[in-house]
Structures are given as C-alpha cells and as structure tokens.
Design a protein around this ligand. Structure first.
Ligand SMILES: [Zn+2]
Length: 537
C-alpha cells in the first residue's frame, strides 16, 4: 500500500531526458515507483498531463534567518522550491561569537535581514540545530561563510590574518564542515572578505578537501575586474585542490557587457585542465545589494559606523564623490559605468519609504541635488541600511550564462523582503519557464528543470534528491508548463506566482493550488559526500 500515487503526468525526471507519460508512487517520504503504477494507494492525485518534476532547488539564497522566523517559507514553496542552500557570499549568522555579535549583525543585516527571535546559537552546529527545531517546511543546507569567520576572529580589520588568526579561522571552518556544511562561501566584494588575499584564502581552503567541500565565490569584482576576479578564484581552487563554484556570474556595468563570454571560456578551460568548476545565474538583468557596496572600499574600513563618520566629514565626502565620478584602477566603480539612474532604492526604514522604487538619479533631480550627495545623505539617514536593485547587466549576457552547460539557476533572494524587494524573491523559478523556456526558448523544459534539480543536488552534495527515481526523496513539484508565470515585477514585486499546482516535500503535500499547508516537513540536509542507497543505511 503506497501513501500516494500521482497519475497521468508528463514526467520530467531531472536528468534532462525528454518527458514521458506516467505515474509516480510515494511511500514514507520516498519515491517508490516511476512509470505505470498499479499499486494500491491511500491517496491518488490526477496530474492531468501537467509536468511532474523533482522539487526545485534554490542553490543560492540568503534565507538564513528567514527560515527561522517564517518556517513555512511561502515565498519559495509557492514557486515549487523544496530545498534552499543558505550561507552564501561569505554571509551567515554563524558562528556567532561573544563580543563580535554586533559586528556580525551589522555585516549580514542588509542582505540576510533580522529575526524577531534571539540568536540562540554560537557554532554552526548550533545554528543547524536551531533550524531543525524551527520545523521548516522546506529542506535547507548551508555553507560556512568566510565573512563570519573573519569577523569572529579579527572583526573588520583591513590587514592580512596572522598565523594564529588563520589557524583560528581554520578551526572554525573545520567545525562547520564537521557539522555538515557543504563548503566555504566567500564574498570578496564585501568587507571584511575583501581584506583577504588569495594566498590567505588558499591556505584557509586547505580544510576543504577532507570533506569534499566546495568553494563558492562571490568574486571580488563583477565589473571592470571580472576577468581578474575569475582568475583569482580559479587560482585559489587549483592551489588548494578543491572544487569551485562561481556565484551569480555576470558582467556588471555597461562597458563590461559581453565579458561573460570570456568568463565562461575560462570555466571551460579550467574544466579542460581538470578543475571541477561551475557557476550559477539568476534570470534577471538587475542585481540587488546594499547601497554601501557602490562606495570606494576604503570608506567601509572598520565597519558601518566608521563609514558613516567619514561621510559626515565634508572633506572626506568630497573625496568619495570625486572617486565615484571617475573610473578606478583599484576597484569596480559601477556608478561611473552604469549611472545613478540604474540604482533603485528597494528597502529603507519607514521614514523614507516613499523613496522605494525610485532611482537615486530621480530622487536627486527632485531635490535639485548632486546624486552622490543624495546617496550619501540617505546612507546617513538610514544608518547605512539601504537596499538597492541595480540594473547593471545586459539581457544577452544573462541568456548566455543561462544557456551554458556549466550553469545552474538560482534566485539569490535576500532575507529581508520588506519594501520593494527584487522580483527574484517571489518570481525566479516560474520566470525561468515563462520567459526563458516558453518565450525566448533559451532552454528547453528538460534542460531548465535539470538546472534547478539534479545539477544543483550533485553540485551541493544534497544526496538522494533532485531526480524522480525510486529511493529518492519525494520532493515533487507539479506545474502547468503553458501557464506557469511569475507575477512579481520590479514595481510590484510581492506576488506569488501562478501555474504551480502542487508541491510535495519529503512525500507530504505542502502547497496545493497556491495554499501553503504549513506541513513543517522539511529536513536539514547535511552534506552527503558519498551517494548511497537511502534505504540501507
Ligand atoms: Zn553574492
């Protein structure tokens, strides 16, 4: 007697093979049958020729705290996502060490957001335990985040780590990997990540091979320094003998458009030499980050409070403005190449909410002010917490990365979905099928599904998931390929998609016709370094 049989679907199993008509049987949270299923079952669902797919994997998000506050995770489950990978870009809320808590909160707040619940963990193992008792409705896996390690050991200090500090960071990384983290994430655009040399990072990464751990990278520069930055992380991975994943590959800034071809070539060349390297991409031409990341890096030394002090000093403010108005050798000045009109405010405090959805350029015009002053004033008023949507990519670059054999597709959604968040938060997965399968035909349905199921599972060591195959976890998404649609837009981003009919997490129906059944049936996934038959261990 099975728990569930889903009948009459177009089965797309996650391998990339063409769909076929058939049924899927489920028992005890696992897939037991695929094909024609004539076994008795407690529950039968007619899929009515809709697509039956493995549940989607969001291999890159910043839901680290959101899953604790909102374990139902409507924003992802409504899109058909059954598993999220957090701890990305060097940002994570653990390890959380006494005396360094404020710095860590300040560091991750703008991306990961805050939580109403107290941070009751210190180590990564304790953070994972917190997720376990939070009873999330989706499955979650995490990285160890480099920024959190550096803050724990040396705060925001802009200098190389000493031998002792490096061995302390190695110790923390080792602990996180032991707890089941899938690898190390680094964010070299952010402080304090940017204060680390490639040599220091390569040495830290010596911890990873013992765990088959992946190095996942938000590279140092995604604009003028894209190629140098890709080179740097390839150097680190080859030096440390580890696998490499380049997060949200893009060429930011108009003058760099087209450079993704070269970056993809470097990935192919690396693979030809035997380097295990891949990348991911989100299906939008705008990114989302903190306003402070557009500033010259030296302004952020010592953390946000010191940065704001610098902005308050008239002579320093003039220096910042002068640097922002010219091309820079040392860092990516995206403002000079893309313009203040491409920077749109997405979230600020209540006082300035009327600015959400407007560009810095438009706001400055209405104030009759220099746009750089508008940006700096806003940072002061908001204590540095200003989130932006940044239109700095070209559509053809996005399509090129989406189409690459070596890219998987992710949301990069932020944890704070206040204000007007980037529409990727609510729309990424439906948009893949709506825009890049149905309309632009960049990918076919089976390729697109592979990029959000079996490929990320293989990449992020998520075990027996991501395929419709006996013995695999029954994470299943049923959707209508003709109507699936992201309704979230840049101006009006807080809308659930349509066309996703049913979502099962570990065999339990979790979303049905846009209703979240709050099943709390997700699991914490610790890295599965060896694939093995799930029923016999
Ligand atoms: Zn990132």
């Amino acid at each position: 007697m099975l728990d569930l049989v889903i009948k009459n679907g177009r089965i797309i199993d996650g391998t990339g093979n063409p769909w076929f008509l058939g049924d899927v049987g489920v028992k005890n949270g696992e897939i037991t049958h695929v094909g024609t299923v004539d076994v008795e079952s407690k529950d039968v669902l007619d899929a009515k020729r809709q697509v039956i797919s493995p549940g989607f994997i969001d291999g890159h998000s910043h839901s680290d705290l959101l899953v604790i506050d909102d374990p139902c995770m409507d924003i992802k489950l409504q899109q058909g996502v059954t598993t999220e990978v957090v701890g990305n870009c060097g940002l994570a809320p653990a390890p959380f060490l006494e005396g360094k808590g404020d710095l860590l909160q300040q560091y991750i707040g703008p991306v990961i957001g805050e939580t109403a619940k107290p941070w009751s963990w210190s180590s990564i193992e304790e953070y994972i335990q917190t997720l376990v008792v939070s009873n999330t409705s989706e499955n979650v896996a995490t990285y160890v985040a480099h920024g959190a390690l550096r803050i724990a050991v040396m705060g925001f200090e802009n200098r190389p780590a000493t031998r002792t500090e490096l061995s302390q960071m190695k110790h923390l990384l080792n602990e996180g990997m032991k707890a089941g983290a899938i690898g190390l994430s680094i964010g070299l655009l952010y402080s304090p990540g940017r204060y680390s040399s490639k040599e220091e990072l390569a040495e830290l990464c010596e911890v990873l091979p013992a765990y088959n751990g992946l190095l996942s990278t938000h590279i140092r520069g995604e604009g003028n320094n894209l190629i140098e930055s890709v080179k740097e992380v390839i150097w680190i991975a080859e030096r440390a003998g580890i696998s490499l994943h380049i997060s949200h590959l893009k060429a930011a800034g108009k003058r760099n458009w087209g450079m993704v071809s070269k970056a993809l070539e470097m990935i192919e060349d690396g693979r030809a030499r035997g380097l295990d390297v891949t990348c991911d991409v989100y299906p939008y031409e705008a990114g989302s980050t903190m306003l402070s990341t557009v500033l010259p890096p030296w302004t952020l030394e010592g953390g946000m409070a010191e940065c704001l002090d610098r902005i308050r000093k008239p002579e320093v403010r003039e220096k910042i403005k002068a640097e922002l108005s010219e091309e820079q050798e040392e860092w990516d000045n995206l403002i000079v190449s893309t313009g203040w009109d491409s920077v749109v405010i997405s979230a600020v405090s209540e006082n300035n909410q009327h600015l959400e959805g407007q560009s810095i350029e438009a706001i400055s015009q209405s104030l009759g002010q220099d746009p750089a002053d508008t940006a700096l004033d806003l940072l002061l008023k908001e204590d540095g917490n200003v989130s932006i949507v940044f239109f700095h990519m070209s559509e053809s670059d996005v399509e090129q990365v989406l189409a690459s054999d070596y890219s998987l597709i992710i949301s990069d959604s932020l944890g704070c979905s206040t204000g007007k968040p980037h529409p990727r938060t609510y729309g990424t997965f439906p948009r893949i099928f709506e825009t890049y399968v149905r309309e632009k035909k960049t990918l076919n349905l089976e390729q697109a599904i592979r990029k959000v199921t079996s490929f990320p599972v293989q990449r992020f060591l998520l075990g027996n998931r991501g395929l419709l195959k006996p013995g695999y976890a029954a994470d299943i998404t049923i959707f209508n390929p003709e109507t699936i649609k992201a309704t979230a837009t840049y101006q009006d981003p807080i809308h659930y998609p349509t066309g996703v009919d049913h979502v099962f997490v570990n065999g339990i129906k979790t979303v049905s016709q846009n209703e979240n059944l709050k099943t709390n049936n997700g699991s914490m996934i610790r890295a599965q370094r060896t694939l093995q038959c799930s029923r016999h261990h």
